[in-house]
Write a protein that binds this ligand. Sequence first.
Ligand code: ZN
Length: 410
Amino acid sequence: MNPRTRAQEVAPFFDGTRLALARHLAGLRKSELANNIDRSPSAVTAWEGGAKLPTAANIAELAIGLKVDPWFFAVRGEDVTIIDVAPHFRSLRSTSQVMRDQALAYGQIAVDVASAIEVHAEFPAPQLPEFHVEAGDTVGPDLAARHVRQAWDLDHGPAGHQVRLLETHGVLVVFSPPGAAAIDAYSFAAADRPTVVLNPIKKDYYRQRFDVAHELGHLVMHGEAEPGSKAIEDQAHRFASEFLMPAEEVHDLLPTAMGRSAWTTLFRLKEQWGVSVSALLFRARQLGRLSDVSYRNAMIRMSQQGWRRDEPGAIASIEQPSLMPRSLELLNSVGITADELIAQCRIPSHLFQAVTGRTPIVDATGSPAPSDGQSNLAKAADRHEKRKSPVISLLRPPHATNYVFASPQE
Ligand SMILES: [Zn+2]
């Protein structure tokens, strides 16, 4: 069926907030979309806000301009577009409004896909302890981390598989799609489904674990807080440090001087606790084990060895989400296919695959970044490139060469 006929069918069901969702996913401003379809920005505003209904011809133009099926714009029972929160982004300064809107829209799609799956399969109910911490409170994050460890029965030792821990307690963990590589991990709590979106660009097991704990900190401490400030970010870091490296347990294990044996100790602790040597060094200074001078010298050594970019570690593969991928496998075994769910959510299939993947999808343009073998120089150039690169539409299929889907496991 051609888009015009489909547009005609959709017209009575058109929902302006779905248009805004599509535009955000495409990474377009209103004026840019208007320009693409040769209409005025005020027309786009009126359609999105519901002040005017687009004609079937308009809907066809919008669908073609945004590269979605016209049915994307039809009203949905579960209205994800009402998720109106400010996600916690690492740096608001380096994240433009268009990028933030796109990231939230992707998160909304993730929540929507999850609720479509949940119609058929049961997910753990969210059990996220709340522990509100005021801005400027330096002790609060430690208390919050201890509170969560206690609530989740992590009394002693390393905190285990971070992604699984969150999923078990009802938090949705998904990878960001290829193309959204410029944004760090982020999180938001909405529609009864706290969500963490991981950026796999680092592809580092130890750093990703810290990212997950950091986002957990935001979800636990910063429900209402204005995101993005340095103070808020520091608190989330502090939370992650205490959550992964409880002061009471690691204090005596951390080195007090940086001789040769100190490095051996740090690399052993790294594997035991699943945290980077950088994080351990930072923690050693934070807990007063290392002096500022020793810490600084250690970091110089880390730079000289190239370890600040590529720290050696025994575990090469990152932690993977399993809640949605495993549910999909189960549903498939009873005859409910991914295609059905895709049709129900009315989203492009590559977005569905990105949201439900066990592993990040890698596209031919190299985003997420290639593996750790790459030189630091190339990585620096890559990062520079990413900062400048325009926002890529998530509605366009990635230059698919390398869909990485792990086979069923566990
Ligand atoms: Zn943060």
